[in-house]
Design a protein around this ligand. Structure first.
Ligand SMILES: O=P(O)(O)O[C@@H]1[C@@H](OP(=O)(O)O)[C@H](OP(=O)(O)O)[C@H](O)[C@H](OP(=O)(O)O)[C@H]1OP(=O)(O)O
Ligand SMILES: Nc1ncnc2c1ncn2[C@@H]1O[C@H](COP(=O)(O)OP(=O)(O)O)[C@@H](O)[C@H]1O
Ligand SMILES: [Mg+2]
Ligand SMILES: [Mg+2]
Length: 325
């Protein structure tokens, strides 16, 4: 045998739109130069090829089943990440439940939210709105399954505005946060926080002039850079140590390597900052993250190398080879 290192084969199973945005020529150049071949997986064909690892984001139960079956047949292939762990992020209730387990309250919490399962619970909620709700609230579809409608939000300013909602939805307290969100990208142990434009603050006086409800969608993606020039330039980033602490704790609690989370900082709560996690996304748009090519390439090398010494954990459901420390 020559001393040449074996090339790594990483399979990817992604939607066509995601392949276009993520598997870019620059990512391919980086990976190839580092001895990694990215191999496209056709989710409609049986998985038979030997691979070192698989990365994936496909929203179908069929795919999850196929992957679980494949794992049992090929226990030496790492599956990044476990379908069961990803499942938790497809529901906007279970997605945020995990934040309470981190025990970082009161510095880190989630906005109060109520789940409206069907039109009956919507009616109940309309008749009992006095104490539980402080408007404005944001109505979010329960499911976060990658469909366009899963991003259709409604800002609700009064009781009338609840009437046209289409359950199942969650009603979440709107938190004034200075019009800027912090998006924290996690790739295994790597963490990067960026600022994005968000909804502006809403004052009590303004609320009266805004009508009953206002629909919106993917506000932080409205500008090509994801960040409206000028807005929030003077906004201080959260402390790096805090961002790393939250990212690491979330990665462990969720048992996931590839995700991002949206965090906002409440405007005016005295001297102490209070942060809210409002959204967690599996395998987000990493190509928007500066230097994503080298971050991903390093991640692929790390998982496989680390894996080569933790043979017993290979291919097991719920394993996590790159738990942020
Ligand atoms: O398409 P992109 O690059 O905007 O990425 C989307 C993410 O944007 P972000 O990286 O957070 O700015 C986006 O994040 P948000 O939910 O908008 O915060 C989602 O992760 C979206 O996936 P899905 O539609 O929920 O399955 C992501 O969409 P997919 O690329 O997975 O289709
Ligand atoms: N509780 C909240 N308070 C204030 N703004 C919010 C809140 N929840 C969401 N937003 C705003 O709405 C946007 C979309 O909500 P999010 O839960 O992130 O849905 P999506 O999955 O479509 O990104 C956020 O990026 C943020 O600008
Ligand atoms: Mg979001
Ligand atoms: Mg989301």
């Amino acid at each position: 045998m020559s001393g040449e290192a074996k090339r790594l084969r990483i399979g990817y199973a992604l939607e066509p739109k995601k392949i276009k945005s993520f598997i870019t020529p620059s990512l391919l150049t980086h990976t190839q130069n580092q001895g990694i071949d990215l191999v496209q997986i056709d989710p409609n064909k049986p998985l038979t090829q030997p691979l070192d690892a698989i990365i994936h984001k496909l929203h179908s139960p069929d795919w999850d089943q196929k992957l679980l079956h494949f794992s049992s047949q090929f226990p030496n292939t790492l599956v990044i990440d476990s379908p069961l762990a990803i499942q938790r992020l497809r529901d906007r209730v279970s997605m945020l439940d995990v934040v309470a387990q981190l025990n970082l309250s009161p510095t880190l919490t989630t906005p109060k939210q109520v789940y409206i399962e069907n039109s009956e619970s919507l009616l109940d909620c309309l008749s009992d709105v006095s104490e539980d709700f402080k408007f404005p609230v944001i109505a979010k579809p329960l499911v976060a399954d990658g469909s366009a409608i899963s991003h259709n939000m409604t800002l609700v300013f009064n009781r009338n505005g609840l009437k046209n909602l289409q359950p199942p939805v969650v009603l979440q307290d709107f938190v004034n946060h200075g019009g800027v969100i912090f998006k924290v990208y996690v790739v295994g142990k790597y963490v990067q926080c960026v600022k994005r434009s968000s909804l502006p603050d809403i004052s009590e006086e303004e609320m009266g002039n805004l009508g009953d409800a206002m629909p919106f969608s993917q506000i932080s993606n409205l500008h090509s850079s994801g960040y409206k020039a000028g807005v929030g330039d003077d906004v201080e980033m959260p402390p790096l140590s805090f961002v790393n602490q939250v990212a690491s704790a979330l990665g462990k609690a969720l048992n996931l390597n590839l995700f991002n989370f949206d965090m906002i900082r409440e405007a005016s709560v005295g001297h102490c900052s209070r942060y809210y996690v409002i959204d967690i996304n599996y395998f987000p748009g990493y190509a928007k993250m500066p230097s994503y090519e080298s971050v991903m390439t390093d991640f692929f090398k790390d998982i496989v190398n680390q894996n080569s010494v933790t043979v017993t954990a290979k291919g097991q459901e719920n394993n996590n080879h790159e738990v942020p420390s």
